[in-house]
Design a protein around this ligand. Structure first.
Ligand code: PMP
Length: 287
């Protein structure tokens, strides 16, 4: 068991008592070596919690941080914290690691010690009628040679934040984002799917964007329903001839897209079926 007197939750944040909070001199604060993951608790379930815990450990390794908490212990820590929320609560779950101290004369984080915390916050689920309008952003996903795109790293998100700010300034909800080759990669906060003539497509996981856990779950559900998703290279023009478009991510699970820069979409049968299958699967996981 992971519980001990110094390892505990305070105000919704689980602390490893040896490294209680991030300090200004920590590598994570000073140079941005932070990784995190996002999972949800709602209706008594935490869909794909194990996969989210596994991914934050892989993200840490990609940033040369030593993951100090096993997946099994992390799941236990999360479940322990969730016990203090009511069964009807919707909680956003963020496990995170960061580089601590390190040598201020070097830029490499400490290899031995790593900060770890889990933040649990009550954040309501988006209402099912919520949809999104997208605009093309000029900001792009970097490639692995430019940035640690193989990690869910905090340092990637200021780039995504400016995509969102730009989109909102233009009166849209989110941005459709290209990879460095100019093909569609994802949105600023979620993965993207499109349906055309009954076929379902999503950008091929080429390592430049987060091929999400929710994306994979929807692909399994759709394939099991006889509607396999084709991973392929998609251009912005492809989205101008789509019949349906939807976004997937841990926060909302699935969000229908109703517009991309003047091209309008119906919330169609594939989007509705994907949503229904996701919730059926998620609720079937309830203990
Ligand atoms: N892309 C980005 C940039 C994201 O922040 C997220 C949310 N984590 C996703 C995609 C979706 O990933 P997941 O389904 O694993 O949450």
């Amino acid at each position: 068991a992971i519980s001990s007197t110094i390892r505990t939750y305070a105000e919704g944040v689980w602390h490893d008592g040896d490294v209680p909070v991030m300090r200004a001199a920590d590598h994570g604060a000073w140079l941005g070596s932070t990784v995190f993951d996002g999972a949800r608790f709602f209706d008594g379930v935490c869909p794909d919690l194990v996969a989210h815990c596994e991914r934050v450990n892989r993200s840490a390794e990609a940033l040369m941080l030593t993951p100090t908490v096993s997946t099994a212990d992390m799941v236990e820590i999360v479940r322990e914290g969730l016990a203090s929320f009511g069964p009807g609560s919707a909680v956003y779950i963020r496990p995170m690691y960061w580089g601590i101290d390190g040598d201020p004369t070097a830029i490499v984080p400490s290899a031995e010690a790593t900060g770890f915390a889990v933040c649990l916050e009550e954040v309501g689920m988006a209402p099912p009628e919520k949809s999104a309008r997208l605009t093309r952003t000029r900001f792009r996903r970097p490639v692995l040679e430019d940035a640690v795109v193989n990690a869910k790293a905090g340092c990637l998100y200021p780039n995504n934040a400016r995509m969102l700010v730009e989109a909102r300034q233009r009166g849209f909800d989110n941005a459709l984002v290209a990879d460095a080759m100019g093909n569609v990669a994802e949105t600023a906060t979620a993965n993207i799917f499109m349906v055309r003539d009954g076929e379902i497509f999503t950008p091929i996981a080429n390592g430049t964007f987060l091929a999400g856990i929710t994306r994979a779950r929807h692909m399994v559900n759709l394939a099991g329903d006889g509607s396999p998703v084709r991973e392929t290279v998609l251009s912005f023009a492809d989205f101008e001839s789509a019949d349906e478009v939807f976004m997937t991510g841990n926060m909302s699970k699935i969000t229908p897209v109703t517009e991309f820069d003047g091209t309008h979409y119906q919330i169609g049968p594939v989007t509705r079926r994907a949503r229904e299958m996701y919730w059926d699967w998620a609720l079937s996981e309830r203990d």
